[in-house]
Design a protein around this ligand. Structure first.
Ligand SMILES: CC(C)(COP(=O)(O)OP(=O)(O)OC[C@H]1O[C@@H](n2cnc3c(N)ncnc32)[C@H](O)[C@@H]1OP(=O)(O)O)[C@@H](O)C(=O)NCCC(=O)NCCS
Length: 161
């Protein structure tokens, strides 16, 4: 067993019982609904399908068997990257994002020295979450993300594992 084949994890956040498990192919339609509800520029379905092979992994958070969030993380060459984290809008600000992020950190600890991520400079909620969980700014990528009427910069952040 490695860090990506851990068994089902049951936890409780703000009184909400959550189970964490890996994505399967059958989850993808519901996952895409959440992805579209949480992002102005959602991932393509094929990006989640990539999580079913290789080193990229998507962990789902479910409450009463309903998907409420997910996190995508990968590692290689001594570094790790957080690729996506999303919480269903009506379940936000209840600690589920922190729970998923802490879980992603535990998954790559021991396989990498640093966990990196990119975030839109306008995404204050996510930047607050990452800062609270120990990430710090390491750079910018100019015009990295598309917006409705142009582009915006990415903030690069990292956390020592
Ligand atoms: C970013 C996101 C994953 C956070 O998930 P969440 O479950 O709401 O986060 P939590 O409840 O665990 O919040 C943890 C901390 O993040 C920060 N935070 C979360 N929501 C916030 C908000 N609306 N305003 C300010 N800070 C916020 C706070 O520091 C919070 O701690 P606190 O509640 O003790 O003050 C969620 O807002 C989301 O899915 N957003 C859309 C998708 C997205 O932007 N993903 C990131 C892509 S890089």
């Amino acid at each position: 067993m490695n860090e990506f084949t851990l068994p089902l994890i049951i936890t409780s956040v703000s009184g909400i019982q959550l189970s964490l498990r890996l994505l399967t192919e059958q989850d993808i339609p519901v996952l895409m609904d959440l992805e579209r509800s949480a992002h102005s520029h959602p991932w393509r379905q094929s990006s989640f399908e990539d999580c079913l092979k290789g080193r990229q992994r998507c962990w789902l958070a479910e409450h009463n068997h309903n998907l409420v969030g997910y996190v995508v993380v990968t590692h290689g060459g001594g570094d790790a990257e957080l690729l996506n984290i999303s919480v269903l809008p009506k379940f936000q600000r209840k600690g589920i994002g922190s729970c998923l992020l802490q879980h992603a950190i535990e998954c790559v600890r021991g396989y990498a020295d640093m966990l990196f991520l990119e975030v839109r400079v306008s995404n204050r909620k996510a930047i607050e979450l990452y800062s609270k969980e120990g990430f710090f700014e390491v750079g910018h990528r100019k015009n990295y993300y598309p917006t409705a009427n142009g582009n915006e910069d990415a903030l690069l952040m990292a956390s020592q594992l």
